[in-house]
Design a protein around this ligand. Structure first.
Ligand code: ADP
Length: 218
């Protein structure tokens, strides 16, 4: 099973199961692992393989040939010690890429100190992201790196009916319009000849403060 594009997801709670199902939808083969029989049953048939096992036990992981996976996601949050033990076992098995979710900074720090390759903070990141949605007019918001963001917002009036290349928007607002959508048509890449209209939606990239300020324009 662990061939071309395959990922093992350990912990099939809300986060792990959503991640596993999304990976499957994108064509990745997914092995899901959880202690709880109910969760294993619920996902049976939706993932390439779902098994009940205790991921803190190296022997159990070896039986599942976890060491043949290039990428493993540890999505255990509630039981922090199980998360740490699982990561420690995976690291000793020399899994090339381990992603692990942390419930808070302390948990994350320990995972990072252990040597987990990618530590993610879903609740903290989502909280920060939603703050930007709540505060402003952004329809969607992703901070791609500290201080740099991608924002989806309504095209403000200063862009309506003008070639994008003639608006001077980069110089005046410090952002780039990367893509746009007219009505329910598919999204298109924007270029200098793009003509935007009232009601269009744009994808803006730039420094967070500039992108956010742009999303406030009407
Ligand atoms: P969420 O907030 O995404 O629902 P949880 O931390 O509540 O995440 O869920 C983590 C999942 O990990 C649970 O379904 C739990 O049964 C599973 N889990 C916890 N410890 C282990 C373990 N040692 N081995 C396998 N799965 C585990």
């Amino acid at each position: 099973m662990a061939e071309a594009d395959s990922v093992a997801v350990i912990g099939l709670g809300r986060f792990g199961s959503a991640l596993a199902v999304e990976l499957m939808a994108g064509g990745t083969e997914v092995l899901g692992i959880d202690l709880e029989e109910d969760l294993v049953q619920a996902l049976n048939g939706q993932l390439t393989q779902v098994v009940r096992a205790d991921s803190t036990k190296e022997e159990a992981l070896r039986q599942l040939a976890i060491d043949e996976f290039d990428r493993v996601v540890v999505a255990i949050g509630g039981d922090v010690s199980a998360s740490i033990l699982t990561c420690s076992v995976l690291l000793s098995m020399q899994i090339p890429v381990i992603w692990a979710k942390a419930v808070d900074d302390r948990h994350g720090l320990i995972l990072e100190q252990l040597g987990v390759h990618h530590v993610i903070y879903p609740e903290k990141d989502m909280g920060r992201r939603v703050a930007h949605l709540v505060r402003g007019a952004a329809l969607d918001y992703i901070e791609v790196a500290p201080g740099y963001a991608l924002v989806k917002t309504a095209a403000p009036s200063l862009l309506h009916g003008k070639r994008l290349g003639d608006t001077g928007i980069r110089a005046s607002h410090g952002i780039t319009i990367a893509a746009y959508q007219h009505d329910d048509e598919p999204w298109r890449n924007a270029d200098n000849n793009t003509l935007l209209h009232d009601g269009d939606t744009v994808l803006v990239v730039g420094p967070t403060s500039s992108a956010e300020a742009f999303a406030q324009l009407r």
